[in-house]
Design a protein around this ligand. Sequence first.
Ligand SMILES: *Cc1c(COP(=O)(O)O)cnc(C)c1O
Length: 485
Amino acid sequence: MSEFREFLIFERSREGKVGCPLPACDVPKPELSQSLGAAGARPALDPFPEVSEVEVIRHFTRLSQWNFGVDQGMYPLGSCTMKHNPRINEAMAALPGFCQTHPLAPDEAVQGCLTVLNTLGTYLSEITGLPGCSLQPAAGAHGEFTGILVIKALLQSLGEDRKVVLVPDSAHGTNPATAALCGFQVKEVPSDAHGRVDLEALKSMVDGNTACMMITNPNTLGIFESNIKAIADLLHQHGAMLYMDGANMNALVGKARPGDMGVDVLHLNLHKTFSTPHGGGGPGAGPICVCDALIPFLPQPWVVSNAEGLMLSMDTPQSIGKVHGFYGQFGVLVRALTWILTLGKEGLVRHTEHAVLNNNYLRKKLEPHYHIPYPAATLHETVFNDKRQNAFGVTTMDIAKSLLDYGFHPPTVYFPLVVHGALMIEPTETESRGELDRFAKAMIEIAEMAEKDPERVHAAPHRTQIQRADETTAARFPVLRWSAT
Ligand SMILES: *Cc1c(COP(=O)(O)O)cnc(C)c1O
């Protein structure tokens, strides 16, 4: 594909080319160092590409086409819930009353915006079964941070100095990172043979020093933690709380409410479950929902209603304070509310059912070809691995790279850590049966190729612009600045 090689824009540069020609200057050219003073003027600019408008547009358009996004095809990145982002969400978020409102406008001038915040908070509380809600956190990890600070504030108000946060060994890395960042000691709870939290081990770990446990449900293997109520009861008996990582709520919305299972705090990833765009670094939103006892500690300000309508209140003296500028990622919140209102209660339930159905349809098709290390029933995603393909020297990474040749984004790989060579596939409800069939066919062909021609799989991808990048070096030592040398 070398004919499609894209030059760096600097390599296209030709002296004197401009994007937008201006008429000749008819006033004397000032010396910048005179008007700005010697200290204000830069000695020399880094080389700047000199290119025409069409060259700029083509360069960036071509680069954008090499990228892979959820608008191009199936993106079964497990745990990330890469569902379709309906365009009505964008239309609503772009309404001038929303996107052109000043964040410091007085409450009486922004009753519509406050209604969005209030209504969304109410719906999220209804969906999770937890009465308090803060929309401020900007992402799931930020929601975890906020939720753990809220728990810590409650414990402090009770004069308790508990030091330990329990985290299952299948947890997402942000869970132990959050607990450590909030000053807690992290203890890892083992999984049992079925991929669930080992209840007996947990019993021996919970004591008066436990602040809380962070649990994902369904867990990162896609398996429902059926002991969740017993886990919650155990923690509560010891005065500890249960935090639920809600990244997998796509399996539960409208079907089961974490609040009813004994969960005390939960974050939602609106950019996963609630169809707002993600990837490329955001913005997203990670609201938290909490039980009654934690409401006084939620971030400020929050929306309250009085005789004149809605207002933002700072009247919560025990609040942990602010965790985001203004009220959070307002545009993302509008998108999530739009999604909820578009679907309605029945629509939300139907989407959850389709997410689970799609996963299990795909699982049945792939089961004869790929090993499932924890064969318990799964909800919205399934973790396979490369055990069978390993016999021919083919690894998870080879399988993931091969999928690129079929026009699919690879699944999540090598996570969760409890599975060796994990391939975590989450189709989401937005894929049609036809698309699931095409994906399954590609996966099956790759499994067959792994047997017959392992070298070819090992050398994949064959049809992309770049073959195998050194991802570690690219992530650790990114080259973000061009230099002529
Ligand atoms: C995505 C994810 C997170 C982190 O959420 P962000 O919105 O990316 O910060 C935490 N836990 C699990 C299980 C996740 O899938």
